[in-house]
Ligand binder design. Structure first.
Ligand SMILES: C=C(O[C@H]1C=CC=C(C(=O)O)[C@@H]1O)C(=O)O
Length: 325
C-alpha cells in the first residue's frame, strides 16, 4: 500500500493511503503533496484514496540494504579530504558532503510510532513526514528548512546554514561565511523574480532539533505565476549544494559514494493559493533491518575534517534522540 503521513509546523497530523505518481516537477497537479530527489530529476506526487487514522508496518515497503553505500569513518574522512582537494582545481568555494549512517532498527518498532514521536517532538519546528511506496521504499523526516512557504500576500524563505551543538560556543568565521553564501544566493534568486517589498532579517541563532544553526528570513510578495520558476531556481541552495552551484553539484554527484535520493530534495505541499515547500533534511530511509540516516555538512577550505564528521553525528541526533528516547 502506498502511504503518506505529514504534519506541518503547528499543524495537525494527517495520514492517507493512495498512490504515489511519478511526474516532472513542472507538471505536478495544482494541489498535491510531493517529494523530489536532490537533482529534481525524479519527483512523485501523492494521489489520495482515503484519509486513515493509523497504519502498520505491514502497509509499508522496506527496501533491503543492498543498494545502500555506507562509508566507515576512515572512508568518510578520506573521501572528504579528496572532496576538499578538488575545490581549488574546480573553483569551488563551498560544497556539501554527506554520508549515510546505519542504525539498527528494533523488530517490533512500528513506523507509525516513529512518525508520531517525531510529530510530537517537532510540532512547532519541522515538517514531519512519512512517505512509503514500492517504487522508493519508506522515508521519514523532520526537516526544519523552509524553501518557500506562503501565499500571494506573503511568501517566506530562509537561509539556514552553520551548525554548532551548544548555544555557548561562538560562531566561527567559517560558519558565518558558509551561511553568507546561502544568504546571497537566496536573495539573488528572489530578486531575479522582481518581487514586491523584499524584507531580509539579520542572521539569528536558532535551535533546530539537536543542533543550532544560523538562520536568515526573507519575506516578499510574488504573483502565483512566478512561484514555480522561483522554486526551481532556488533549489538546490548552497545549504545543500554549494557555490558556485553548478560546479558544486557536479562535484557532489561525482564524489559522494552514495546516491542522495530524496535527501536534500524537496518535500511539501503546493496548491493554487499556497506553497509549503521544504528542503528534505534530517531524514532517513527505513530499510528491512536498519534506519539509513542521511547527514551532511557545508565544506569550505577552512573545514576541519574531524569536526565535520562530528557535525554529521550531532545532526543525526535530531532523529535518533526522539526515536530511541
Ligand atoms: C546538509 C545538512 O544541513 C544543512 C542545513 C543546515 C546547516 C548545514 C551546515 O551547517 O552545514 C547544512 O547546510 C544536513 O543536515 O544534512
Amino acid at each position: 500500500m502506498a502511504c503518506l503521513a505529514y504534519q506541518f509546523p503547528n499543524g495537525t497530523a494527517k495520514m492517507y493511503k493512495g498512490k504515489w505518481v511519478e511526474k516532472g516537477l513542472e507538471k505536478l497537479p495544482d494541489d498535491c503533496f510531493f517529494i523530489t530527489d536532490f537533482t529534481k530529476k525524479k519527483s512523485f506526487y501523492f494521489e489520495i484514496d482515503q484519509e486513515i487514522s493509523s497504519f502498520s508496518n505491514a502497509d509499508l515497503t522496506f527496501n533491503n540494504e543492498d543498494n545502500i553505500f555506507v562509508a566507515n569513518e576512515k572512508a568518510y574522512l578520506n573521501g572528504l579530504q579528496y572532496f576538499i582537494d578538488g575545490f581549488e582545481m574546480f573553483g569551488i568555494q563551498k560544497a556539501i558532503f554527506s554520508r549515510i549512517k546505519l542504525v539498527e532498527k528494533e523488530d517490533l518498532l512500528e513506523m507509525e510510532t516513529v512518525f508520531n514521536r517525531l510529530a510530537k517532538a517537532y510540532k512547532s519546528q519541522a515538517l514531519v513526514y512519512l512517505a512509503s511506496d514500492e517504487k522508493f521504499g519508506t522515508w521519514i523526516g523532520a526537516t526544519p528548512e523552509t524553501l518557500l512557504s506562503g501565499n500571494e500576500n506573503c511568501m517566506k524563505s530562509m537561509a539556514l546554514a552553520g551548525t554548532k551543538s551548544s548555544e555557548e560556543t561562538e560562531w566561527t568565521e567559517k560558519e558565518q561565511e558558509e551561511q553568507q553564501y546561502v544568504v546571497d544566493f537566496v536573495k539573488d534568486k528572489i530578486n531575479e523574480q522582481s518581487p514586491g517589498k523584499l524584507v531580509v532579517s539579520q542572521a539569528e541563532t536558532v535551535k533546530k532539533g539537536a543542533v543550532y544553526h544560523l538562520q536568515t528570513d526573507y519575506e516578499f510578495q510574488l504573483p502565483k505565476e512566478k512561484w514555480n520558476a522561483l522554486m526551481q531556481s532556488l533549489h538546490p541552495t548552497p545549504a545543500v549544494c554549494g557555490t558556485p552551484s553548478d560546479l558544486a553539484q557536479e562535484h557532489i554527484l561525482t564524489n559522494e559514494p552514495h546516491e542522495r535520493e530524496f535527501y536534500t530534495g524537496l518535500v511539501g505541499l503546493k496548491s493554487k493559493d499556497e506553497l509549503a515547500v521544504y528542503v528534505n533534511l534530517r531524514c532517513m530511509q527505513v530499510l528491512k533491518e536498519n534506519f539509513a540516516l542521511y547527514v551532511g555538512g557545508g565544506i569550505t577550505l577552512a573545514s576541519d575534517l574531524a569536526k565535520e564528521l562530528q557535525e554529521t553525528e550531532d545532526k543525526s541526533e535530531t532523529l535518533l534522540s526522539v526515536i530511541f528516547g
